[in-house]
Design a binder for this molecule. Structure first.
Ligand code: MRU
Length: 370
């Protein structure tokens, strides 16, 4: 496996950079404009990063975590600070601000904790002698978060590809691809690794109302990367599964609990229940940083977004209303899939099979299963 990890890492040439750290600022591909326009945001402040996450210029749990990590690095760069105590205070404020941007993605909270703890340790053990040292340490730590995510995705891809046969059609949901992570993606990692190994697989992408991540982002990135993809309306998922037009489903996750409950984009639960009913294997792909072994399902906040996302559709000319401007709307953007509907979870440490509640703890705390 190590040889393939190194080989894939060395040969990776992304067509579009999603997240790029430039030392004094963060360059982010603005995903709100895709697939029609490629434009970058150049962010130098914590507020700018928080807005980009909240308004979904960057989205997808791992990409949110990586972006927030760079946001923490900017917290000690964006204005002159008098000393290390003031820098730690700026980091506490930044952490609080960034944590309020989106509530469901576990990677966000994981990355913020990691960055703050790294800063605290560097101050306590004398590694950071001044604010400049601390800023350099945090820049490197955020780079590490990004690089480790990339490597995890290659490993997920190498485990996940073992579940694929040549000619398979994979159903996904939302965008859990390179646009959601800055690298190979989670759900797409096995697909990109299959492509690298010359195994021909194709994808069916539900459009994913209301934000249309499937139609706008998954379709765009797969086509850019030479993977055959077909978009369907979300309402076609039942037919596609019941007629066995897909061999398996692979989706990403925003948070996975110790009992195996998976929080992911709204519509995932529908897919999982239908896949279970019709005997189609249903896989979730996610790195260890997406697992939350602390909370129970009822304690996880499901984000509700602006009702206008449902009242309108996004078009190249902006949003167009498809219903009354003042109609009452409910717009939850994630759902919770109970473990019984999940065949297995693909992680960088190996594939977690049923019973998920026992095997999640076992794999996440144990050595790698290669
Ligand atoms: O609202 P989004 O676009 O941030 O939701 C993204 C998803 O639901 C993804 O499936 C999940 O974050 C995994 S991304 C690898």
């Amino acid at each position: 496996m190590e040889r393939l990890v190194a080989e894939i890492k060395a040969s990776y040439r992304p067509k579009l950079k999603v997240i790029e750290w430039r030392g004094d600022r963060l360059s982010l591909l603005d995903q709100r404009l895709l697939p029609f326009e490629v434009r970058y945001l150049e962010l130098k402040t914590v507020d700018g990063v928080a807005d980009a996450i909240r308004n979904m210029a960057v989205r997808g749990a791992p990409a949110i975590g990586i972006t927030a990590a760079y946001g923490m690095a900017l917290a000690v760069k964006e204005r002159p600070l008098e000393g290390l105590e003031q820098a730690l205070e700026a980091l506490r404020i930044a952490k609080e601000k960034l944590a309020k941007t989106r509530p469901t993605a576990q990677n966000l909270f994981w990355a913020l904790d990691r960055m703050y703890k790294r800063a605290e340790a560097a101050v306590q053990n004398g590694e950071a002698k001044n604010v400049k040292d601390l800023a350099d340490i945090l820049g490197s730590e955020a780079n590490k978060v990004f690089d480790e995510e990339f490597e995890s995705e290659i490993r997920m891809g190498l485990y996940g590809v073992q579940l694929l046969q040549p000619g398979d059609v994979v159903l996904t949901q939302c965008n859990a691809g390179s646009l959601a992570t800055g690298a190979l993606g989670t759900a797409t990692a096995p697909i990109y690794v299959a492509k690298h190994l010359g195994i021909d697989v194709s994808v069916i992408a539900p459009e994913t109302r209301p934000w249309q991540q499937g139609a706008r982002l998954t379709a765009f990135e797969l086509r850019e990367n030479g993977v055959k993809v077909k978009v369907i309306a979300d309402t076609a998922v039942g037919l596609v599964i019941s007629r066995r037009m897909v061999n398996l489903a692979i989706v990403g996750a925003d948070r996975i609990l110790a009992d195996g409950t998976v929080f992911n984009k709204i519509g995932t639960l529908n897919e999982a229940v239908l896949a279970h009913e019709f005997g189609v294997p249903f896989y979730v792909a996610a790195p260890a940083s997406t697992f939350d072994l602390v909370h129970r399902p009822e304690e996880v906040k499901i984000e509700e977004r602006n009702p206008d996302e449902v009242r309108t559709v996004r078009t190249v000319n902006g949003n167009v209303y498809i219903t009354m401007r003042d109609i009452d709307v409910y717009n939850p953007v994630f759902d919770a899939t109970p473990p019984k509907y999940i065949t297995a979870i693909i992680t960088e440490k190996g594939i977690i099979t049923q019973p998920l509640d026992r095997n999640i703890r076992r794999l996440l705390s144990g050595p790698q299963n290669t």
